[in-house]
Design a protein around this ligand. Structure first.
Ligand code: ATP
Ligand code: MG
Ligand code: MG
Length: 347
């Protein structure tokens, strides 16, 4: 069988690998960390730094196709991978790993993000707040996830007391939204695009807590416009695989938040809640196989994340016989760490 290379060793890689195994593929994980919950379920593991070009070259040579489960892989590290082996391509990574690039890219395609301005100095921040107003959020352009690298700013005075790292930043106005949702699509090598239903997503402390169907009416009203944008993004990148765009549903229509060039936490429900889920369709797409039906199997779905140290009682969760439990096999629970999720389909 063929070998799928996965850059990144976390739970998304683990779930890609488990699905790939079901389809008869073997997986080779490449990650810098010693602990990899993806490597535990894969045939091979290369533990090496991203910029280890020799290790990356050997990894690429061992794989028929290479994908990523982590959007912060430095683009330069991909250089030893022949571009025809990489799916999605390097351009998707380059755009999506920098909040400024991704917002500019989406604006060019007709999307509407929150008002934003790049910030590199204290003066930039003061000017951004003067232009955009407060409240707002200051974010690192790169490397943020689960709300890390973000500072809420209530007023210009607030900003003066901040000590932020000396990296590229972006200031954005705080969006007043009715609900959050994501558009998750899969695009095949032939350009075919399929969408899953859009759940409503609820975040707590910057981390996804819940995704559910049916979403609020305001989400359902805005999904079509959001999908049209997501399709333009996928086409513009000649994207292959699963792509996610996050949105705020507002009185003025869908406001683009960010994109992820990969399978997504808010799509975990699709494993049991859609005819074919995001992991299987990602594997099918990158391997050039026919895409599967994305239709939901029920109008009612809830996916709940298991985050941090508390609330992890498997027996209690399974005492509801309709619950699907996914544990990621992480050795150590920490505050804000995603340990697993529970999906329930139906009323
Ligand atoms: P992820 O884990 O989704 O990649 P992230 O660290 O990239 O998270 P964001 O998606 O930028 O973070 O923000 C996390 C959450 O914070 C959002 O889902 C939303 O609830 C809130 N948020 C972020 N930016 C804004 C904004 N401009 N206005 C209002 N809420 C916001
Ligand atoms: Mg993000
Ligand atoms: Mg996000």
């Amino acid at each position: 069988g063929s070998t799928i290379g996965i850059l990144g060793g976390g739970q998304l890689g683990r779930m890609i690998a488990m699905t790939a195994a079901q389809l008869g593929y073997r997986c080779h994980i490449y990650a810098p960390e010693a602990e990899s919950v993806a490597a535990e379920v894969s045939a091979q593991f290369t533990r090496a730094a991203w910029d280890d070009q020799a290790a990356m070259g050997a990894f690429a040579a061992s794989c028929d196709v290479v994908t990523y489960e982590f959007e912060n892989v430095p683009v330069a590290a991909l250089q030893p991978i022949p571009s025809e082996k990489l799916a999605p391509g390097a351009r998707a990574l380059e755009v999506a790993q920098d909040r400024l690039n991704e917002k500019n890219f989406v604006v060019e395609l007709g999307g509407t993000p929150a008002p934003f301005a790049p910030v590199d100095t204290d003066e930039d921040l003061a000017a951004a707040i003067a232009a955009i107003g407060a409240p707002g959020i200051l974010k690192t352009r790169r490397d943020g996830y689960d709300g890390k690298g973000q500072w809420r700013i209530a007023s210009a005075d607030d900003a003066a007391t901040l000590s932020v790292p000396p990296v590229g930043l972006i200031y954005e106005g705080l969006v007043r939204f009715g609900a959050e949702f994501s558009v998750i699509l899969v695009r095949g090598r032939d350009g075919e695009v399929r969408f899953w239903d859009s759940t409503q997503n609820v975040h707590e402390h910057g981390i996804l807590a819940l995704s559910f169907l049916p979403a609020a009416p305001i989400v359902r009203e805005q999904v079509e416009a959001a999908r049209a944008l997501a399709r333009r993004v996928a086409d513009a990148l000649d994207y292959v695989g699963v792509l996610t765009l996050e949105f705020f549903a507002t009185e003025d229509g869908p406001v683009f938040n960010e994109m992820a060039p990969r399978v997504h936490n808010s799509g975990h429900w699709t494993t049991e809640g859609a005819v074919i889920g995001q992991f299987e369709n990602h594997v099918r797409a990158i391997c050039g196989m026919p895409l599967g039906e994305t239709r939901s199997v029920s109008a009612n779905v809830v996916m709940r994340n298991l985050v941090g140290e508390s609330g992890l009682n498997a027996a209690e969760i399974l005492s509801d016989p309709a619950n699907h439990l996914h544990l990621y096999g992480k050795a150590e629970a920490r505050e804000g760490r995603k340990m697993g999720h529970v999906t329930r389909i139906g009323e």
